[in-house]
Design a protein. Structure first.
Lengths: 431, 339
């Protein structure tokens, strides 16, 4: 035990938030590299893309100018491809026509070398124009915009990134932090020397619940509910929830809805990350996953576990932790994800003995053991030793990508069975 | 607080193609045209400075038609040289839309015309090609969300009681140009019928989201949608679905019926133009409670604080009770609290 003998330091309360909403317009070249680069900056800076315009956009000059005016961007990220400077200059002309009179005027950040920037600058005359080829520098500038005059504000996304770095350092491996809050969803992968971050705003299980439905579609949310509910009623619940930031789910159905929204928010965040060229495969294979925010504040740890496993679809041996905003971190479970052709034999060796489980394809089972567990799968490369956490070892053989049956009559019993396996809802028994 | 008589400001963003707009300081009434312009089609880019052998900086000076001006096919846009002149002419009827930094010009055909009307009685405080802002005094209630273009018309009662839903059969063409008070709920059928009958806008406690998605599109969100398209206008005062209007809201609505009114969708506000002493309306706080399963919203009349309660979801939190309804205190908020 280490006891500090230093002077007692006063505890300073930090204010954490998302800061001012930041709307960005993304203007990029025809190649995938420039699209990925601007998307990556927007995701890292927790900016909301209000207009996405490639240089080969089929809309006319006037339509583009109108779309950019309607988008009301606070900032514009510009990434031309080497041979597309003229086309990018035309987009900037459309931006000038649309947004020159906007107050405050949108700030243009060009990701380009000085020569290309000098070619583009006249087309954006009258609008603030900054140049940088360093993506990290751009992210810092955009975050400074979100802070505004409130320089003491700790941005939630920075805090999540710190948590990912700390977890990676303590577990000495890759670590993923998933944060689902009222109005934002983040997936941050910390590796030895780099960080891949996707912060999606607005997208969450509360005030931005409507954006989950608008982006992913209602059916993708509804498919996670263990009981039938008609679409119009579900829509009204989601939209009413969006009007009430901070509301609490008092019934089981409201709790199940928030869990469904959280799953789909995570899945959608990963899709956005993939679009931006982030290493989603590494996120899914991360050996340590920490869930934070509202998704970590569900009454039962099993609820957080189910949301994380369904939303992330991990592909390896994963230790899942959770840390609510106003609580302590806890290790929930060890998740073993396998995709056997027919069945596989899973060996679990722990302090209490050794057990073998024949796992059929599609199985989803919880082995309630505790302490360090040596896991191996016969015929597969999965092998490792990890702590089982509070719930035990969850063996997920549902396959990847996780496919849910389309028909309610098949899907609802399956989803209900998965909930029951973890006793994820109060009506399914005591936790 | 629900209704307030105060000084309000309403922004009216303008599309590209402004031809005329009211000047700062000018007095306007709700419904007056404050800007007019042209809807433009696909623009054609014409080589300007390079063709005329000019420096790009000189191009604007050499233009014979100002940027934004209307042109006919063959109109001389710019000309240089005396003995061997080089000219730039408009290839189509339309508008000189834009002059680029390298001296080229865009000419766009005119495909339609648009107007923007004021949603407030008052004076213009800002006016440029991006928007016109009007400030003025009115009775106002700030709603949960509004959809569609701004609407102006006479406020007309469509229901007899705040619990009632507006029936489609109550709408006909005689109500054209009015803003109808629709009670607890307006269905998608009412929305589309009202639009077909020329009803200017609808005011209700709530509207079903499924119906709104049919009318306004699948990408609809709870924060509303202000558009310029030819669609119905609806303002949801309390929530989505059905929400009975409490007396503090319905009473003044009924009392103000017959007055001119306007719906400003971008700010989700209903303005009613009546004297400040038009009625003595309750200005007490009105609390709304989101149902424990999020299915509905209702007004809390006499609430009692219950202390901490463990709910069926196992969430333990402070609770508020009204009759048989027990909700987490986090699900209760003042009507005027911003989202």
């Amino acid at each position: 035990m280490t006891i500090s003998t230093g002077e007692q330091a006063p505890v300073e309360k930090a204010r954490v938030g998302l800061g001012r909403p930041l709307r960005v317009a993304l203007l990029y070249g025809r190649d995938d590299a420039s699209r990925r680069e601007v998307a990556r900056v927007a995701l890292a800076a927790a900016a909301e893309p209000s207009a996405v315009v490639p240089t080969d956009d089929p809309r006319s000059f006037g339509e583009l100018a109108q779309a950019l005016r309607d988008a009301l961007p606070d900032a514009v990220l510009v990434r031309p491809e080497p041979k597309g400077v003229a086309a990018m200059a035309e987009l900037l002309e459309a931006l000038r026509l649309g947004c020159l009179l906007q107050r405050p005027a949108p700030r243009i950040f060009a990701i380009a070398d000085a020569r290309v920037a000098d070619q583009l600058r006249p087309a954006a005359a009258g609008l603030p124009f900054e140049v940088s080829s360093d993506v990290a520098e751009l992210v810092v500038a955009l975050r400074a915009f979100r802070r505004g005059a409130d320089q003491d504000l700790t941005l939630r996304d920075e805090l999540i990134e710190d948590a990912a770095r700390s977890l990676a350092a303590s577990t000495r491996g890759d670590a993923l932090v998933i944060d689902v809050s009222e109005s934002s969803t983040s997936c941050v992968l910390a590796r030895a020397e780099e960080l891949e971050a996707a912060h999606i705003v607005p997208l969450g299980l509360g005030a931005a619940a409507d954006h989950v439905v608008a982006r992913a579609g209602l059916d993708r949310v509804r498919r996670w509910l263990p009981r039938p509910v008609d679409a119009p009623a579900l829509l009204e619940r989601v939209f009413n929830r969006a009007l009430w930031p901070g509301a609490l789910p008092a019934t089981e159905s409201a709790l199940a809805l928030e869990m469904a929204l959280a799953r789909e928010a995570i899945a959608h965040a990963l899709r956005d990350a993939e679009y931006a060229g982030l290493d989603v495969a590494a996120m899914r294979a991360s050996p340590a996953v920490l869930v934070t925010g509202r998704a970590a504040s569900f009454p039962r740890p099993a609820q957080t576990l189910l949301v994380a496993v369904d939303g992330l679809e991990p592909t390896a041996l994963t230790t899942v932790f959770r840390e609510p905003d106003d609580g302590r971190a806890e290790r929930i479970a060890l998740v073993l994800s396998i995709s056997p052709r027919r069945s596989a034999i899973v060996r679990l060796t722990h302090a209490g003995g050794r057990a073998e489980h024949r796992v059929a394809r599609g199985a989803f089972m919880l082995v309630p053991i505790s302490g360090d567990v040596d896991v191996s799968v016969k015929g597969a490369r999965v092998k490792g030793i990890a702590h089982a956490g509070a719930l035990g070892v969850l063996i997920d053989a549902r396959g990847r990508p996780l496919v849910l049956p389309n028909r309610d009559a098949e899907r609802i019993p399956a989803v209900s069975r998965w909930h029951a396996t973890l006793r994820a809802l109060p009506s399914m028994g005591v936790a | 607080m629900t209704w307030r008589h105060a000084r309000w400001s309403a922004d009216h963003p303008l599309p590209i193609g402004v031809v005329e707009r009211t000047a700062v300081g000018q007095a306007v009434n709700a419904g007056d045209v404050i800007a007019a312009g042209m809807a433009l089609g696909t623009a054609i880019r014409l080589k300007g400075a390079r063709r005329l052998g000019l420096q790009t900086a000189d191009m604007e000076r050499e233009l014979r038609v100002p940027v934004g001006g209307e042109v006919s096919a063959g109109t001389l846009l710019a000309r240089t040289g005396r003995r061997f002149p080089r000219t730039l002419t408009a290839p189509i009827d339309g508008r000189l839309l834009h002059l680029t930094a390298d001296g080229d010009v865009y000419v766009a055909p005119i495909v339609g015309r648009w107007i923007v009307r004021s949603t407030l009685d008052g004076a213009v405080t800002r006016s440029d090609d991006a928007g016109v802002t009007v400030e003025g005094e009115a009775w106002c209630i700030e709603a949960a969300a509004a959809y569609g273009p701004d609407a102006i018309g006479e406020l007309t009662l469509g229901v007899n009681a705040p619990m009632e839903d507006l029936a489609p059969s109550r709408l006909d063409v005689r109500l054209g140009g009015r803003i109808m008070i629709g009670g607890a709920r307006v269905s998608a059928e009412v929305l589309t019928r009202a639009h077909a009958c020329g009803v200017s806008g609808l005011v209700a406690g709530g509207a079903p989201v499924a119906g709104l998605r049919v009318v306004y599109g699948e990408s609809l969100t709870a924060s509303g949608h202000a558009g310029r398209e030819d669609r119905p206008t609806v303002i949801c005062l309390i929530a989505f679905g059905g929400a009975a209007l409490p007396d503090a809201i319905f009473g003044p609505l009924a009392a103000l019926a017959g007055s001119r009114a306007a719906i400003h969708t971008a700010s989700a506000r209903l303005f009613v133009f009546a004297p400040a002493d038009a009625g003595v309306f309750a200005t007490d706080e009105l609390d709304l409670a989101l149902a424990p399963d999020y299915a509905s919203v209702r007004a809390l009349v006499a609430e009692t604080v219950n202390g901490e309660v463990t709910f069926p979801s196992e969430v333990r939190a402070g609770a508020v009770r009204q009759g048989d309804l027990v909700v987490p205190s986090a699900n209760v908020r003042a009507f005027h609290a911003k989202r």
